[in-house]
Structures are given as structure tokens and as C-alpha cells.
Design a protein around this ligand. Structure first.
Ligand SMILES: CC(C)(COP(=O)(O)OP(=O)(O)OC[C@H]1O[C@@H](n2cnc3c(N)ncnc32)[C@H](O)[C@@H]1OP(=O)(O)O)[C@@H](O)C(=O)NCCC(=O)NCCS
Length: 144
């Protein structure tokens, strides 16, 4: 498995993974907009196939943000998600970020467990954060 920068040709696979992973998947146009605006975008590739991706950016001077991470269903529980988040943690450390934050759907218990396994703590609830009124849980990891 390798982790590398997203390339435009990867968008088809990223979209497939996005659609199998979220009930409100982002369309390709939004993913490409985020990429074109300069967000970090990495993919995990295994045997020549893109099997996961992560999108992240620096939100404030000292705060990194994970926008989205998803792994192809067939490749889950192989630590690929962990490798992607660890890579982003290293990048944020290099940029001297003090913390990383993200929002996750309150009902997404698998993702909440996943982030907890990586040392993220649940900081607060944002009521009705999503379009369908589901709450978000803000999760945070201090880097220093
Ligand atoms: C959440 C997600 C990215 C995890 O990716 P992954 O590559 O399967 O995760 P890892 O193999 O690195 O898991 C690391 C640890 O996280 C926890 N974890 C991961 N998936 C879990 C699940 N479905 N249920 C419970 N715990 C889970 C476990 O502690 C796991 O360690 P273990 O396998 O030794 O028990 C993946 O399930 C996914 O794409 N989900 C759909 C999209 C999503 O919800 N993204 C996050 C919100 S932005």
C-alpha cells in the first residue's frame, strides 16, 4: 500500500468510495473545488487501485482540520484509514499545528471509534449540524 497525492484521474475512484461510504456523498464538483482551492488531498493505493482517500486543510493558524476520510468497503479494517490519518498528523506537525479537529455524524459510531483509536477526544456536540438535522460531534486531537 502506498499513500500519494491525489491526481485528477483518481476522481472516478474517489467518487465510488465516497458514494459507498456516505449517505450524503459530495458530488465530484465539490471534491474538485475543494482540491482546486488548495486543500490537502491524499489517496491510498493498493495493487494499482485507489482504495481510500483523505481531504484536509489548515483551518486556523494553529489548527488543522480533516474534511473527509473514507476507505473502500472491501479494504476496511486493514489500517488504511489509520495510515492516512497518521500521514496527515505528520504533515500538520510539520506545519506546527497545535491541534486537529473534525466533525463526525453523531450516529456514525464506527467513525467515532476509529478516531478515538487514533487519540481523538470528543469535544462537543453541534446540534442539527447536518442538512438532515443530525447532530455532529466535534473531535479533537492535541499535537503538542
Ligand atoms: C471510518 C473508516 C475511515 C475507518 O477506516 P479503516 O481503514 O477501516 O480503519 P482502520 O483499519 O485503520 O481501523 C483502526 C481502528 O479503528 C476502529 N474501527 C475502525 N472501523 C471500525 C468499525 N467499523 N467498528 C468499530 N471500530 C472500528 C478499530 O479500533 C480499528 O482497530 P482494529 O481493526 O484493530 O479493531 C472507514 O470505516 C470508512 O471509510 N467509513 C465510512 C466513511 C466514514 O465514516 N468516514 C469518517 C467520517 S469523515
Amino acid at each position: 500500500m502506498i499513500i500519494r497525492e491525489f491526481r485528477r484521474l483518481d476522481i472516478k475512484r474517489v467518487l465510488e468510495i465516497e458514494e459507498m461510504s456516505f449517505k450524503d456523498p459530495y458530488p465530484a464538483s465539490i471534491l474538485m473545488d475543494v482540491y482546486n482551492m488548495g486543500a490537502g488531498f491524499l489517496v491510498a493505493q493498493k495493487d494499482n487501485l485507489v482504495v481510500g482517500y483523505i481531504i484536509f486543510w489548515i483551518k486556523f493558524e494553529d489548527e488543522g482540520h480533516i474534511i473527509s476520510v473514507a476507505i473502500d468497503k472491501k479494504y476496511r479494517r486493514e489500517e488504511i484509514g489509520t495510515s492516512l490519518v497518521d500521514t496527515v498528523i505528520q504533515i500538520f506537525r510539520k506545519y506546527e499545528m497545535k491541534k486537529i479537529k473534525l466533525e463526525v455524524r453523531a450516529e456514525n459510531n464506527e467513525a467515532r471509534k476509529f478516531y478515538r483509536s487514533l487519540g481523538f477526544e470528543e469535544e462537543k456536540i453541534l446540534p442539527n449540524y447536518y442538512e438532515d438535522n443530525e447532530d455532529a460531534v466535534v473531535m479533537e486531537k492535541m499535537l503538542k
